[in-house]
Design a protein around this ligand. Structure first.
Ligand SMILES: Cc1cc2nc3c(=O)[nH]c(=O)nc-3n(C[C@H](O)[C@H](O)[C@H](O)COP(=O)(O)OP(=O)(O)OC[C@H]3O[C@@H](n4cnc5c(N)ncnc54)[C@H](O)[C@@H]3O)c2cc1C
Length: 463
C-alpha cells in the first residue's frame, strides 16, 4: 500500500459531511412484523424523497423506510453535493443520447432543481443550499474545444454560460493547469449529509417510520402484498419503492444494469482568506475539469476545499465492501493533482479522506421501472449525478406505483433499461480496456476505435 505524505497527518478517514450534523432518532424495532401501505428500501436521497413525496400524496398512509445501514453512510452522505440543474447527467449527455427528447430533459432538469429549492424552504431543511454556479475547466486544447462547443449547445437551448479563455480565467481561479473555462451560473450545492438528515427529520415529523440497521435480504409477492424480509422481521406492504442505489439490487433483472464504481475524495483544512486569494478562488462556485478522468472541487461552508474524482475504480467481480472505501493510491493521486492545480497550497494539510460507491449505468443516467404487477417500483443508475436526479426519480416511482401517465413516466431516458454490463471475466476486461482508452484520450485527444464503437451503440463509461 502506498504511504501517504505528511499532509495527511491526523487525517480522518471518513466523509466530512456527517460530522457537520446530528441525525434524528429513528424508529426502534419492528417487533417481528410490520404491515404498511408503502415500504421503501433505502434511506438515501431517493428513498427519503420518495417517502416525503408519498406523504404529500397520501396523508393517511402508513409509510416505512427500511435502511440497512445508518443514515448518510452510503453515497448520499459521501457525495460532493453538486446539485445539477439536470436529470440527464448534463446537457451534453441528453443531446448525444436522446436528441429527440433533449429539450424536455433539459427543461425537466431545471424545473427539478427549482422545485427542490422550494421543497427545502417548505420543509425548513437547512442543507446549506447555495446556487453559486459551476466553473468547468479545460486542461488541453481538445478539452477547450469541447467547452467551446458546449457553450454553443448551451446557447441553442437558452442556457446561460460564459466561455472564458486565456486571461479571462484570471480572477476566477489562479492555476497553471487550466487554459479555458465555461462558467454556468445555474448550478447549486448542498451539504449532502444535512440534506439526508433534513429529509429524514421531515419524514419522521410527518409520521413516517424510518428503521436503521434493517437490511432487506429478500423480496417476494404474497397475494396482493409484497413481502420484504430482514434478518429478524418481515414487512408486508401494498406498494414498495426500491431505492438501494449501488448495493446489489434485490430484483435479479437489475443486477447487470449497474456496476459499483468507487470514487474517492480528499478535503483540506479550512483555508484562510490569504490562501484563497493566493489561488484566486474568491467566489462560492464549484469547479470541475473536463477530461474523461475529471476532478470536482468545491468549498465547504467553513472554506475547506473538497477535491474528488479522477480515479474511477472498478473491483473485479463487482466487489463492494466497506474495506474498499479507503484507497491510499487514489488519495495520493488526488493530492498530486491538487498540488499541480494549486501549487500555492503546497503547505496545506488534508483533514478528511473518503471513498464512496457510484451506481454506474452504461448511459450515465438513472432509469425507473415497475415489477410484481405494478406493486414495486425501482430506480437506479444515477452514476455520479444523483443529488438532484434522485428527487425526480422518487416522483417517477410514485407515478408508476399509481399507474399514472405523466410527463415523467413517458420519458424514453428513464423508462428503458440501459445496456447490461457483460458477465465476468469479460466485464472486468472490458472496463479495464475502456478505462485505458479514456485515459489515453485525455492525453492525446484521440478517441480510440473501441470508444467510437461504444458511442455508436450508445454505451458510455464514466462516473
Ligand atoms: C463519492 C461520491 C461523490 C458523489 N458526488 C456527487 C455530486 O457531487 N453530485 C451528484 O449529483 N451526485 C454525486 N454522487 C452521486 C450521488 O451521491 C448518488 O447518485 C445519490 O446519493 C444516490 O442516492 P440514493 O438514495 O439513490 O443512494 P444511497 O445514498 O446510496 O442510498 C441507498 C441506501 O439504500 C440502502 N440499502 C441498499 N440495499 C439495501 C437493502 N437490501 N436493504 C436495506 N437498505 C439497503 C443503503 O444502505 C443506502 O443507505 C456522488 C457519489 C459518490 C459515491
Amino acid at each position: 500500500m502506498k504511504e501517504l505524505s505528511q499532509r495527511f497527518e491526523g487525517v480522518r478517514f471518513a466523509p466530512f459531511w456527517p460530522d457537520t450534523t446530528t441525525p434524528p432518532v429513528t424508529a426502534s424495532s419492528m417487533n417481528g412484523e410490520l404491515l404498511c401501505d408503502i415500504a421503501i428500501v433505502g434511506a438515501g436521497f431517493t428513498g427519503l424523497w420518495a417517502a416525503l413525496k408519498a406523504r404529500e400524496r397520501y396523508p393517511d398512509a402508513r409509510i416505512a423506510v427500511l435502511e440497512g445501514r445508518k443514515l448518510a453512510q452510503a453515497a448520499s452522505g459521501r457525495s460532493g453535493g453538486f446539485a445539477a440543474p439536470s436529470i440527464s447527467h448534463g446537457v451534453m449527455n441528453a443531446v448525444t443520447r436522446w436528441p429527440s427528447e433533449a429539450e424536455k430533459l433539459i427543461r425537466l432538469g431545471r424545473e427539478n432543481l427549482n422545485q427542490m429549492e422550494d421543497d427545502l424552504a417548505t420543509y425548513e431543511i437547512d442543507a446549506e443550499f447555495e446556487r453559486s454556479g459551476k466553473l468547468n475547466l479545460a486542461r488541453t486544447p481538445w478539452e477547450s474545444e469541447g467547452l467551446a462547443s458546449m457553450a454553443e449547445t448551451y446557447k441553442d437551448f437558452g442556457i446561460e454560460g460564459t466561455f472564458l479563455s486565456g486571461n479571462e480565467l484570471d480572477g476566477w481561479v489562479n492555476t497553471p493547469r487550466y487554459s479555458a473555462g465555461l462558467f454556468e451560473p445555474n448550478y447549486a450545492y448542498v451539504n449532502p449529509a444535512k440534506l439526508v438528515v433534513g429529509l429524514a427529520r421531515a419524514c419522521i415529523e410527518r409520521g413516517i417510520l424510518i428503521f436503521e440497521g434493517a437490511w432487506v435480504d429478500h423480496i417476494k409477492q404474497r397475494a396482493d402484498r409484497v413481502q420484504l424480509t430482514t434478518q429478524n422481521d418481515y414487512v408486508l406492504a401494498r406498494k414498495v419503492v426500491l431505492a438501494s442505489n449501488a448495493d446489489r439490487p434485490l430484483l435479479g433483472r437489475l443486477r447487470s444494469t449497474i456496476i459499483p464504481i468507487f470514487d474517492y475524495s480528499i478535503m483540506t483544512e479550512p483555508l484562510s482568506s490569504d490562501q484563497l486569494s493566493a489561488i484566486g478562488w474568491q467566489g462560492r462556485y464549484g469547479v470541475a475539469d473536463s477530461g474523461n478522468q475529471f476532478h470536482y472541487s468545491r468549498k465547504t461552508e467553513d472554506n475547506r476545499i473538497l477535491w474528488g474524482g479522477y480515479d474511477a475504480i472498478y473491483y473485479a467481480g463487482s466487489k463492494r465492501n466497506d474495506g474498499l472505501l479507503d484507497r491510499y493510491e487514489s488519495y495520493a493521486q488526488l493530492e498530486q493533482n491538487f498540488l499541480a492545480t494549486f501549487p500555492e497550497l503546497s503547505d496545506v494539510k488534508f483533514s478528511y479522506a473518503w471513498g464512496g460507491i457510484i451506481d454506474t449505468s452504461a448511459r450515465l443516467t438513472h432509469f425507473v421501472g415497475a415489477a410484481m404487477g405494478g406493486r414495486v417500483a425501482y430506480a437506479a443508475g444515477f452514476t455520479g449525478q444523483g443529488v438532484t436526479a434522485s428527487r425526480f426519480a422518487a416522483l417517477s416511482m410514485l407515478d408508476l406505483l399509481e399507474g399514472a401517465e405523466t410527463e415523467r413516466t413517458s420519458l424514453r431516458m428513464t423508462r428503458s433499461l440501459p445496456v447490461p454490463f457483460p458477465p465476468e471475466p469479460f466485464r472486468n476486461l472490458a472496463i479495464r480496456w475502456a478505462q485505458a482508452d479514456l485515459a489515453k484520450e485525455d492525453e492525446n485527444g484521440r478517441r480510440s476505435s473501441l470508444l467510437k464503437l461504444m458511442d455508436r451503440i450508445g454505451i458510455g463509461f464514466g462516473s
